[in-house]
Write a protein that binds this ligand. Structure first.
Ligand code: GUN
Length: 295
């Protein structure tokens, strides 16, 4: 009989994270501080609009001061940089998030570097990335931080394990690999990072005790790429056409869930796995920034 894997629920873990944040927000309130998060959205990208609305709704629900600046697609880079300068100066703003992707005429890296690292709740600024690599306290990119929370919540040991990360993005793959090699209990793993130029990717992924798929390719990880009993974390959220659904598509991960579910010991579903963790960690970084402002 096939085994049923443990389903690693981001809904449950994100609720636990938010419960903890509620207490910390109440403590900050006692000190006269309400954590403030400002998201900047440039243009009309539909997926970005959905993300930003969700961030706005959840931060309001938790009692944060949530603000969204919606700017036109034609906004000049200098205008955006000037807005960030102003937000850097505003005491009530503890976190600044510029939703990516930005329109092509704007240099995203320049914009990220304009954000005060003390308010870089996305963890994208080179100062944040440098601190992560060095093992110093700082803001960690939200999706990898959320994956770490899932592993901790379910007591999944990383020490001495072989973690294989698929994908080398600045937002997920690179910070994830760096978190896993840190000299601390939630790290101490042996890490392999594979990417589009890796020959025979399956050779590597089959070695993984913990496989983290962040390739951005729908259902790309099949049974032949996964070791029996592995823990699988699926970061992908891909829309694939599906005429049987009212909205015309369904969401799938980077992992072929049905094909591997009987082989693995634990797996995150899509949706309801890693997805809910990203916003929870953004809120967590914002609360952390507000706490830092007290020091
Ligand atoms: N676009 C896709 N994911 C993210 C994210 O985590 N933060 C920002 N700012 N933009 C994104």
């Amino acid at each position: 009989m096939p085994n049923s894997p443990l389903i690693l629920s981001g809904k449950i873990v994100s609720s636990a994270v938010k419960e903890d944040l509620t207490k910390r927000i109440a403590a900050l309130k006692q000190q006269g501080i309400k954590p403030g998060l400002t998201a900047v959205l440039v243009g009309e990208d539909p997926a970005s609009q959905v993300y930003v609305r969700s961030k706005e709704r959840q931060s309001e629900k938790l009692g944060l001061n949530s603000q969204v600046m919606r700017l036109s697609e034609e906004t000049a880079e200098d205008e955006l940089l000037a807005i960030i300068e102003k937000l850097n100066e505003e005491k009530a703003v503890h976190g600044i998030l510029v939703q990516l992707p930005l329109p092509r005429h704007i240099d995203a890296q320049r914009v990220i570097e304009a954000i005060d690292p003390e308010k870089d709740v996305d963890g994208f600024h080179p100062v944040s990335v440098g601190k992560l690599v060095l093992g110093l306290d700082g803001f960690v990119s939200c999706t990898p931080a959320g994956i770490l929370e899932i592993l901790r919540y379910y007591n999944i040991e990383t020490e001495g394990k072989h973690v294989v990360v698929v994908g080398r993005s600045n937002i997920v793959g690179k910070p994830m690999a760096n978190l896993m090699i840190q000299k601390r209990p939630s790290g101490n793993a042996t890490v392999t990072l594979v990417h589009t130029r890796t020959p025979d990717m399956g050779f590597h992924t089959r070695q993984a005790d913990i496989l983290i798929a962040a390739a951005g390719a729908p259902e790309f990880i099949g049974a032949e790429m996964v070791k029996e009993g592995a823990v699988v974390i699926d970061v992908g959220i891909n829309r694939v056409d599906d005429a049987s659904r009212e909205r015309g598509y369904r969401l799938v991960g980077d992992v072929d869930f049905d094909a591997i579910k009987d082989r693995v010991s634990a797996i995150t579903p899509v949706p309801g796995g890693v997805g809910p963790m990203t916003i929870a960690m953004l809120l967590s970084n914002t609360v952390k920034s507000a706490e830092n402002s007290l020091e």
